[in-house]
Design a protein. Structure first.
Length: 91
């Protein structure tokens, strides 16, 4: 699965130390919920975090991978990415 990134998302990935492999795992295993403005928030729920530990053995900082989120627009382009520090409020 190929993910298209905006320039802002690429910049945030670099600033926050998020690798393309970690983002790929997020999109393979993650749950999506609607975000304000018509987009979606993709994140890993509690059930998926155990699978990340098994799949992300080669990724440095795999504990941080479990807290990733990505915001996409309505067409599937990633707008921004980050690390969760709070619960994601579902609409």
């Amino acid at each position: 699965m190929s993910v298209s990134l905006s320039a802002h998302a690429r910049m945030r990935m670099q600033q926050r130390g998020i690798s393309p492999a970690a983002l790929q795992i997020l999109f393979e295993l993650g749950e999506a919920c609607p975000a304000p403005g018509g987009g979606e928030v993709v994140y890993l729920d509690r059930a998926d975090r155990g699978e990340v530990g098994r799949r992300a053995r080669c990724i440095r900082g795999r504990d941080r991978v479990k807290r990733l989120y990505a915001v996409t627009d309505g067409h599937g382009t990633v707008i921004t990415v980050g690390h969760r520090y709070r619960r994601i409020a579902r609409i």
